[in-house]
Design a protein. Structure first.
Length: 454
C-alpha cells in the first residue's frame, strides 16, 4: 500500500460507511419499540432502555475510543468496533428475550463508537500524510452521510419491521459491517503508516484512571436521568463526586484522557458542544417521542409511522447538501435553532385526530434544522479542536449528542409512562421549544462563528 493516497474514492468509502452505523441504529429502533414491547410483554417505560442502553454505552465509549484512535491507531480501533457490530447483529437470534435485545443494543453502541472518532483521526492523518488540507467536501460528506442515514432510519426500520419483523433491524448490521471490514482492510492505510505526531506515546497517553472516573461518573448520571420517575438522588450525588474527582485528576496529568484545561481555554469548542446538546435534545425528543406517539396514540402501523417521517429524511439531506460548502457558520445555526422552536410550537397543537398533512408538515419542519446544524457544528468542531486531539474532541462531541438522547429518553419515559398520549407529546413540545431557543441564542451571540478573515 502506498504511503500517500490522497482523498480518492477508495479512502473515502470506508471512512464514510462506518460512521453511518451508529445513527442508523439509533433511529431504526424508534419504530420498533412498540412491536418489541408487544412481543416481549414489556411497558413503554422499560422498552425505552433499548434506546438508552445504546446511548449509555456510546456516551461513555466515544471519547474513550477517540483517545485510543489518537494514540493506538485509528484503523485497528475501527476494525475492532466493526467486529462488535457484526456480533451484535445476530445476538437477538441467539439470545431471545429482553436481555438479549438489550445486550445487542449495548454492544452496537460500543462497536459503533469507534467509527466517528476513528474516521476523523483517519482524515486528519491522511491530510498530513498527503501534505494538503482536508477537503471541506469530505467533512461535509461525513456529516451528510451520518445525518441522512439517521433521518432515513425510521423509514428503513418501518419497512424492515413490516416485511420481516423487528429482528431485521439488528440483522441489517451484518452485511453493513462485513462491507466496512472488507473495504477498511483493502483501502485504509495501516496504523504503521501514520505520519509523526506530537502527542505522547501510547503508554504515556492511556490514562486508565481518568477513563474509569469518566465512565463511572457519566454512567451514574445517565442512569439517574433514566429513572426520573423514581429519582435516586444518591446516584446524582455519586455522579457529581466522580466527575469532580475526574476533573481534578485530569488537571494534574501531563497526558490526560480529556484535556480539561484546553476545554476551559477553548470556549469556542465548549460552546459547540453545548449547541450540539441542545439541537439533538430537540431532534431526538421528536425522533423517539413522535414515532411512539404516532403508533401508540394516533394508531398508525410501524411502516406508516416510518413513512410519515420521510419528509424529515428528505429535507435533512437537502439542507445538509445546500450548506455543505458554506463557510459562514452562524447563519445556518441560527436558522436551525429558530426552526426547532417552530417545530416545538407545532407539537403543542397536535392531537391523535390531527390530519395527515399536518403530521407531514411537522416532520418536514424538523428535517431542515437537523441538516443545517449537523454540517455547521461539525465544521466548527474541526476548526476549533487541537489537531493532535481530534479523535478525543470528536468523541466528546458525540458524548454531548448522546447526553441529549439520554435526556430526551428520560423525558419521554416520564411523560408517556405506560402509553403515549397527546398530553405527553405536548410536554415534549415544550422541551423542544426551550432547547431550540437555547441553541438559537448560543449561535447568535458566539463571536467564534464569525467568518475567518484573510
Amino acid at each position: 500500500m502506498p504511503s500517500e493516497r490522497g482523498f480518492g474514492p477508495r479512502f473515502v468509502a470506508p471512512v464514510l460507511i462506518g460512521p453511518v452505523l451508529n445513527p442508523i441504529n439509533t433511529t431504526m429502533i424508534s419504530v420498533a419499540l412498540v412491536p418489541i414491547s408487544r412481543d416481549l410483554g414489556i411497558p413503554t417505560s422499560r422498552a425505552i432502555w433499548l434506546v438508552a442502553g445504546l446511548y449509555l454505552a456510546s456516551a461513555v465509549a466515544q471519547p474513550v475510543m477517540g483517545r485510543f484512535a489518537d494514540l493506538l491507531g485509528p484503523r485497528r480501533v475501527y476494525t475492532a468496533g466493526l467486529v462488535g457490530v457484526l456480533v451484535a447483529g445476530v445476538l437477538p437470534l441467539l439470545w431471545p428475550g429482553f436481555g438479549g435485545v438489550l445486550a445487542a443494543r449495548v454492544l452496537i453502541g460500543l462497536g459503533t463508537s469507534t467509527a466517528y472518532p476513528s474516521a476523523m483521526t483517519l482524515i486528519s492523518d491522511q491530510s498530513r500524510r498527503a501534505g494538503r488540507p482536508t477537503p471541506p467536501a469530505l467533512l461535509s460528506g461525513l456529516s451528510i452521510a451520518s445525518l441522512t442515514t439517521s433521518a432515513v432510519g425510521p423509514v428503513l426500520g418501518g419497512v424492515l419491521v413490516a416485511a420481516f419483523d423487528w429482528q431485521a433491524i439488528f440483522l441489517v448490521n451484518v452485511p453493513l459491517a462485513l462491507a466496512a471490514l472488507a473495504m477498511t482492510a483493502a483501502w485504509v492505510p495501516g496504523d504503521d503508516e501514520r505520519p509523526p505526531r506530537e502527542a505522547p506515546g501510547p503508554r504515556a497517553g492511556v490514562d486508565a484512571v481518568g477513563i474509569l472516573l469518566f465512565a463511572a461518573g457519566l454512567a451514574a448520571l445517565l442512569v439517574f436521568l433514566l429513572e426520573l420517575a423514581r429519582p435516586q438522588w444518591w446516584l446524582l450525588a455519586t455522579a457529581a463526586a466522580l466527575l469532580v474527582a475526574f476533573v481534578r485528576w485530569e488537571r494534574g496529568r501531563a497526558a490526560p484522557f480529556v484535556d480539561v484545561r484546553m476545554l476551559a481555554r477553548n470556549g469556542a469548542l465548549t460552546r459547540t458542544y453545548a449547541r450540539m446538546f441542545l439541537v439533538y435534545l430537540a431532534a431526538y425528543s421528536v425522533v423517539y417521542g413522535y414515532s411512539q406517539w404516532l403508533q401508540g396514540a394516533a394508531g398508525y402501523d410501524p411502516d406508516a409511522a416510518g413513512l410519515l417521517q420521510l419528509p424529515t429524511a428528505v429535507l435533512a439531506g437537502l439542507a445538509s447538501v445546500a450548506v455543505a460548502r458554506n463557510t459562514r457558520l452562524r447563519p445556518p445555526l441560527v436558522v436551525a435553532g429558530a426552526l426547532a422552536v417552530t417545530g416545538g410550537a407545532l407539537l403543542l397543537v397536535l392531537t391523535s385526530a390531527s390530519p395527515v398533512w399536518l403530521l407531514l408538515v411537522v416532520a418536514a419542519v424538523f428535517g431542515v434544522p437537523q441538516g443545517l446544524a449537523s454540517v455547521s457544528n461539525q465544521a466548527a468542531l474541526y476548526r476549533q479542536a487541537p489537531p493532535d486531539q481530534i479523535g478525543t474532541a470528536s468523541g466528546l462531541s458525540r458524548t454531548s449528542v448522546y447526553l441529549a438522547a439520554i435526556g430526551s429518553s428520560a423525558v419521554i419515559g416520564l411523560v408517556f409512562g405506560e402509553q403515549p398520549t397527546d398530553a405527553g407529546l405536548h410536554a415534549i413540545g415544550w422541551l423542544v421549544l426551550a432547547a431550540g431557543a437555547g441553541a438559537t441564542v448560543l449561535a447568535a451571540v458566539d463571536r467564534a462563528l464569525a467568518p475567518r478573515r484573510g
